[in-house]
Ligand binder design. Structure first.
Ligand SMILES: [Zn+2]
Length: 391
């Protein structure tokens, strides 16, 4: 099994450091260019046309396409190029090691293993069959997923999308057809300082924030009760940090919180933020605060593809034929699928490897799952070439 092409390719990808620059200060392992250049060359020799979306000379996303210029259908495969940092790892991060049926190294499971599975599944026969069926294949290696989905967001802004899309992440070979979106923001309210012995002369920002917190908590309960999301267990809100005030005997003039709001399909970040803004403006009008500030730190949209969509049905059928359990799943984590949902009609997240091994100090992928994942993808591409036209 060690000689399988997919294993060799996964090893090569792991050996090319591509740590997200926000996760390291070591230039010799930072940025995506090593893996991006390798990917571009690999796909070019297999007949793909290559274009780039470059942010800096060291950071670019690869957009490779194969098939008819006037396609009847487009199939997008996407894997992010970057990995998280390696600071506390207890294995050599870039010296891919095979032991006990596992491939160890940073990115082995998130997401160089899944990337290798899809690349090797695109055999010359599969690519021919897809092209003959009128399908254009887009293979995207996106930069910066591990910090704000930067590469995917840039591509989506430029209109890169497709009819059908598979986002390659370790899902344990489950078909992830929906995940939540993430909205992170910071709120600051200001009051007016005064001596603690005469609080009525000031405006206490901590008391004001307590009212904001009460409002947020009440509101999320209402939203949870209203949301029709049997699949994704409703929206959530967490206030993860609070700070404010100066000393016990001074009326606090400032208080700040950090909010992590997880969204379900149908919710819109702008609408959520605007409601919070209205509530704060009303507090300001009533003199309960002097001013407020709201800083959005991240907006990632949720996505959901219908369970009876052709993509999900096709994948389940292929999984059964490949003797894998045809499992459907939803996820609380976030991926580039949130961005690509805006430009792709149907999409899923799929790949070999477990999310529990992603970002760990001894990251690995099970070799038999890597090989299985590759085989399922090859079968699916073949199925797709024969079936995409039919109902
Ligand atoms: Zn990932």
């Amino acid at each position: 099994m060690v000689n399988e092409e997919v294993v060799e390719l996964a090893q090569k990808l792991v050996a090319l450091p591509s740590v997200n620059p926000e996760h390291t200060d070591q230039p010799d392992i930072a940025d995506e260019y090593r893996v991006a250049n390798f990917l571009a060359e690999y796909l070019e020799t297999r007949g793909f046309d290559i274009s780039w979306d470059r942010m800096t000379p060291e950071r670019g996303s690869v957009i490779a396409s194969h098939g008819p210029a006037q396609p009847a259908h487009t199939l997008l495969l996407e894997a992010h190029l970057d990995t998280v940092g390696v600071a506390d790892m207890i294995i050599p991060p870039f010296d891919p090691t095979i032991k006990d049926g596992r491939l160890y190294g940073r990115g082995a499971c998130d997401t160089k293993g899944p990337m290798a599975a899809a690349l090797t599944a695109l055999t010359p026969q599969v690519l021919n069959a897809l092209a003959e069926a009128g399908v254009r294949v887009l293979f995207i290696g996106a930069l910066g997923e591990e910090k704000g989905n930067l590469g995917a967001e840039r591509l989506v802004e430029k209109g890169v999308g497709a009819d059908t899309a598979i986002i390659l992440e370790p899902t344990d070979l489950s078909v992830v057809y929906a995940h939540k979106g993430a909205l992170w923001y910071e709120l600051v309210v200001t009051g007016e300082a005064a001596h603690g012995s005469d609080p009525d002369r000031g405006t206490n920002a901590i008391f004001a924030m307590a009212r904001v917190l009460h409002w947020l908590e009440t509101r999320i309960r209402e939203e949870q009760a209203r949301a029709e999301t049997a699949d994704l267990s409703g929206p959530t809100l967490n206030v993860g940090r609070i700070d404010g005030g100066v000393a016990m005997n001074i009326v606090a003039h400032r208080c700040r919180i950090e909010v992590d709001r997880r969204m379900v399909p149908g919710e819109d970040a702008e609408a959520i933020l605007s409601e919070v803004r209205t509530m704060l403006s009303e507090m300001q009008e009533r003199g309960e605060i002097r001013s407020f500030e709201m800083n959005v730190l991240k907006v990632g949209a949720p996505f959901q593809t219908a369970k009876d969509s052709k993509l999900v049905r096709g994948f389940r059928q292929v999984l059964s034929e490949a003797d894998c359990e045809p499992r459907l799943a939803t996820a609380a984590w976030y991926s580039d699928a949130g961005a690509f949902a805006r430009t792709c009609k149907e999409l899923i997240v799929f790949g070999p490897g477990s999310i529990h091994q992603a970002h760990t100090v001894d990251e690995y992928i099970e070799l038999n799952q890597l090989v299985k994942g590759r085989n399922v993808l090859e079968r699916y591409f073949d199925w797709f070439a024969r079936n995409w036209r039919s109902g």
